[in-house]
Design a protein around this ligand. Structure first.
Ligand code: CO
Length: 211
C-alpha cells in the first residue's frame, strides 16, 4: 500500500547523498530556520514544495484554515518555540483560495466536531460582514474571506505575548500574510502592514507593562 512512498523516500535519500554525501550528517546537527510558516492542512498546499525550500529552512505549523486560536496549546507552543528558541525572523500566515474551511464558514450548518474550530472563521466573517455581504459574486466573496482570514490571523499572532516581547526587543519577528492560489500555483503577498496595523490596536492588545 505504501510501497511507492517508501520507494520515493529511498530515491530522495539517494538524490540528496549524490549531491552531498554529508547531507544527513549535517541535517542531524540541528535546525536554524529563519521562517515560521503557518498554513492550511489542505493536501494541495504543500508548504516546502510551493516555497521551494530545503529541509531545515522553515519551521511549519498547519491546521484547518491556518487559524491562530488563543486557546490552542499546539499553536501557542509552536509560536513560543519558534520565537524564543529558534529566533525566527519572519512569521508567515499562508491561506489559500478554495479553502474548504473558509467555504464551510460561509455556509451555516452543523459540522459536529468542526463547529468550534470554524467558529473562529465565522467570527472573521462577522467582523467583516458589511464588506463581505456587499460582494454579490459568491466566488469573489469566498476569495475575499480567505484574504481577510489571513489578515485576522496575522493580527492574532501579534496579540501573543512571546511575539510582542521579542518584537519590542529585537524588531523581530516580522509578520507576513500570503495567499496561495491553487488555480495558478502562485503565492500572493497581501502586503499587510502589520506594524501599522498593531499601532492602531495597541491600546487594546499591548501587553507591555505601562510606565
Ligand atoms: Co484550507
Amino acid at each position: 500500500m505504501f510501497e511507492n512512498i517508501f520507494k520515493n523516500n529511498e530515491k530522495w535519500v539517494a538524490n540528496k547523498l549524490k549531491v552531498d554525501p554529508d547531507y544527513f550528517r549535517k541535517l542531524a546537527q540541528g535546525q536554524h530556520p529563519e521562517y515560521l510558516y503557518i498554513g492550511c492542512s489542505d493536501s494541495r498546499v504543500t508548504a516546502e514544495d510551493l516555497m521551494g525550500v530545503e529541509p531545515g529552512e522553515v519551521f511549519i505549523h498547519r491546521n484547518i484554515a491556518n487559524l491562530v486560536v488563543s486557546t490552542d496549546n499546539n499553536i501557542n507552543a509552536v509560536v513560543q518555540y519558534a520565537v524564543e528558541h529558534l529566533k525566527v525572523k519572519h512569521i508567515i500566515i499562508c491561506g489559500h483560495y478554495e479553502c474548504g474551511g473558509v467555504k464551510a464558514a460561509l455556509n451555516p450548518s452543523d459540522m459536529g466536531q468542526l463547529n468550534s474550530w470554524l467558529q473562529t472563521l465565522r467570527d472573521v466573517y462577522r467582523l467583516h460582514q458589511r464588506e463581505l455581504d456587499a460582494i454579490t459574486d459568491v466566488q469573489k466573496r469566498f476569495d475575499r474571506l480567505v484574504e481577510l482570514n489571513v489578515r485576522e490571523q496575522c493580527i492574532n499572532i501579534i496579540k501573543i505575548d512571546h511575539v510582542q516581547k521579542s518584537w519590542y526587543k529585537t524588531g523581530y519577528p516580522q509578520i507576513w500574510g500570503w495567499v496561495f492560489d491553487v488555480h495558478t500555483g502562485k503565492i500572493k503577498d497581501l502586503e499587510l502592514k502589520m506594524e501599522e496595523e498593531f499601532s492602531s490596536i495597541r491600546n487594546i492588545y499591548d501587553l507591555r507593562p505601562l510606565g
